[in-house]
Design a protein around this ligand. Structure first.
Ligand code: ADP
Ligand code: MG
Length: 698
């Protein structure tokens, strides 16, 4: 059997070297397999024929049957158009061509029965159908025409004549050229139990369906297959990890935890915090390595949960490590933890890129000797020179900056891989959690500490500067501090930095009686920290920043967040930024400043921020509006998101179902040697070989 995955499309009739190159460059289609997996994005029903009497200019594509009564050329020269007056006895429409008149006149005859297909519009009071598809009515029975597939094509493809209809033809040629049925990848019992259409039939139907019902079944089958292998891959990874690694087993919460709980706990834990700690403790006692995701909205108190879990490890004689994505955040964690552990015999140290020389040597040595109980750090902790005496637990804060691979590197830092707690404030809808974080168990903190006042959010246009400044001034006068955030997108970095600089100067002159700090990602870490510290200590009243402040910084006195060019941020990001305020007892305010000329969709998007503070609601809305590809955290997650036919939002139920089926297969055939599943294990391997994202998990 020849392999479609390596079969060059060049030799398919209608392709050739030029189009092959175009398909490769524009759509990454190289093999026959790729081509057949390029699915239509929509279908238009061609089984129904309308009568001219029932159509108007607002309809989508329609089909008519009738005859051309006469041709007429209207206008002169390059601006002329050819009109064919077309009738089915219930009325007349005008078929219109702006090019190719000569060919049309040669090809189509008057008073012959034709089926025409096109999009009607109204032009000077008459119904027009520009550039219709025309077929002889007696050549083609209508049921054969069925549903017409439409493929996405790029501008470059269109300009080279590679339109949807041409692509459709090429795909049909490819299907006809197959010397054997398209290979079945699913086992017979899986097909039967799930009432799935066979692979060959599904492949043919998806590209040329005759009946909507058949199409639905073909789509279901292909989506099933795609999601099934995605889940099989994730679950298999989890299983392998569990058999390969045994976690350090813990039998008691230990004296450090108890001591902290009785003497140092600064507040009553919320119920959700208690639940999360119990989940973690249960995992640590299980004898298996913990891999848990702790999800909780900004300000929900994840740090305290992390600290208490690390104390369990420390109380059992292990070291713990907490990784933060930025230096500023690591520093802040250090201070928070040292403060909360005051008077307890727990040594906390920090290791970041800016810890150098003697201090660094000392820290690394103490770590190796087991003298440090908790190490707080950034990526610097991952370096080979950093080793622990007995690392038992790792906390990764704000995980969207950490990929699966980096997580794995931490495991090599001690004999037994440590338990891993990943914390994120990006609320993840359930369906995404099954894919992006499909290898992790999940605990959710769905409750904020008591006494928080919900943040008030308003939308202002950038034409209302003076009223914005009045708002800011009023807040500063009552002793509050203010963040002003500017977007910084890599592609437009230069102009973004200019914007920030200009905004900074403007604020400095508008608030000349106060002091303004400035931080952005292009500054040196030292400078950045110094500016940040000036704001944290209250020396400056306004902090102008890019999204470097997005993650985790805690300045309780800063209760106003102004976000410039808010339309350029994603909802999840806006929510994260907004979460920087609202931590004290004061009423907090978030001002979204956006351009006056917003599209309807953008306005809708920003209004979601005004209407709700609920991170989950916002994440769901974001997912619906932007699709999963753009969602923060997905790029580095190491999980396939280039789904070709399934949609994580719309097909969430099927995703859940395929997860169950995949889990059953793994249980039934743990050694992966049951002949009945052989082709599925083979297919998984093929997918991992060709799919970059999939192979990241191994
Ligand atoms: P995040 O989940 O965003 O990391 P933090 O851990 O920074 O949130 O907590 C936000 C604020 O809430 C901190 O100032 C912290 O001290 C406080 N906090 C945490 N838990 C509680 C609690 N149970 N009761 C009151 N305040 C709490
Ligand atoms: Mg935090």
């Amino acid at each position: 059997m020849f392999d479609l995955r390596t079969r060059d499309i060049q030799y398919i009739s209608g392709v050739g070297p030029n189009r092959a190159k175009l398909l490769k460059n524009e759509l990454h289609i190289e093999s026959v397999y790729d081509l057949l997996h390029y699915f239509p994005y929509k279908y238009i029903d061609r089984s129904r024929v309308y009568s001219i009497a029932e159509i108007d200019g607002n309809m989508p594509y329609i089909q008519l049957m009738g005859e051309i009564l006469s041709f007429e050329t209207i206008g002169e020269g390059r601006h002329s158009r050819l009109v064919g007056h077309f009738s089915d006895k219930t009325g007349v429409v005008d078929l219109v061509w702006f090019q190719g008149a000569k060919w049309i006149l040669q090809t189509y005859k008057l008073h012959e029965p034709y089926i025409i297909f096109g999009k009607p519009s109204v032009f000077s009071g008459r119904i027009n159908v520009p550039h219709p598809d025309i077929d002889k009515a007696n050549d083609l029975t209508l049921s054969q025409m069925g549903l017409q597939p439409y493929y996405n094509t790029t501008e470059r493809m269109k300009s080279h004549g590679l339109k949807s209809a041409v692509l459709s033809k090429i795909i049909q040629n490819a299907l006809e050229s197959l010397q054997s049925p398209f290979e079945e990848t699913l086992a017979n019992n899986i097909l039967a139990e799930n009432f799935l259409m066979g692979s060959d039939e599904a492949m043919r139907v998806i590209h040329a369906p005759h009946h909507p019902e058949k199409l639905r079944r073909a789509q279901y089958r292909l989506k099933f297959e795609e999601l099934f292998y995605l889940q099989l891959n994730i679950l298999r990874y989890v299983k392998n990890r569990q058999t390969k690694f045994r976690g350090t087993q813990i039998h008691k919460v230990g004296d450090k935890f108890n001591d902290f709980y009785e003497n140092n706990l600064p507040f009553r834990l919320t119920n959700a915090q208690q639940r999360a700690i119990k989940d973690v403790y249960r995992d640590m006692c299980s004898g298996r390595q913990m891999n848990r995701l702790l999800q909780g909205d900004v300000g929900s108190g994840k740090t305290l949960v992390a600290l208490m879990c690390m104390l369990i490890a420390v109380g059992n004689g292990y070291q713990a490590c907490m990784m933060a994505p930025t230096e500023i955040l690591a520093q802040q964690h250090l201070e928070t933890l040292r403060g909360q552990l005051f008077g307890m015999n727990v040594r906390v140290e920090i290791l970041t890129g800016s810890v150098k020389g003697n201090k660094r040597e000392e820290t690394i040595t103490a770590l190796q000797l087991g003298e440090i109980d908790i190490l707080i750090g950034t990526h610097a902790v991952l370096e080979d020179s950093v080793n622990f005496a007995h690392l038992g637990m790792v906390v990764i804060d704000e995980q969207h900056r950490f990929g699966v691979a980096q997580r794995a590197r931490l495991w090599s830092k001690s004999d037994n891989p440590p338990h891993v707690l990943v914390m994120t404030a990006t609320p993840i809808p359930r369906t995404l959690a099954m894919t992006v974080y499909g290898d992790l168990d999940v605990s959710v903190i769905d409750e904020l500490p008591p006494g928080r006042k919900p943040i008030q959010t308003v939308l202002q246009f950038d034409t209302q500067r003076s009223s914005l400044y009045i708002t800011i001034r009023r807040q500063i006068e009552s002793g509050r501090q203010v963040y002003v955030v500017f977007p910084l997108i890599e592609e437009s970095e230069k102009s973004d930095l200019r914007n920030l600089e200009q905004g900074y100067q403007e604020l400095r002159s508008a608030f000349s009686d106060y002091r303004v700090s400035k931080v952005h990602g292009k500054m040196k870490a030292k400078e950045k920290d110094a500016e940040m510290q000036r704001f944290i200590s209250g020396q400056t009243q306004i902090l102008v920043a890019t999204t470097v402040i997005e993650v985790g910084v805690n300045v309780p006195n800063a209760s106003v967040m102004v976000i410039m060019n808010a339309e350029r941020f994603g909802l999840a990001q806006l929510h994260q930024l907004r979460g920087r305020v609202g931590r004290g007892s004061e009423q907090s305010l978030c001002v979204l400043v956006a351009s006056y000329k917003l599209s309807k969709e953008t306005k809708q998007r920003l209004n979601i921020m005004v209407e709700t503070n609920d991170g989950f609601e916002i994440a769901e809305a974001d997912l619906k509006l932007r699709g999963p590809g753009d969602l923060e955290g997905t790029q580095q997650s190491g999980v396939a998101f280039d789904l070709k036919i399934a949609n994580v939002v719309q097909d969430s139920q099927l995703m859940q179902h395929t997860r169950e089926v995949a889990s059953k297969v793994l249980q039934e055939d743990p050694k992966e040697n049951d002949p009945k599943y052989a082709k599925m294990w083979q297919e998984l391997q093929n997918l991992r070989k060709t799919n970059v994202n999939w192979s990241a998990i191994s």
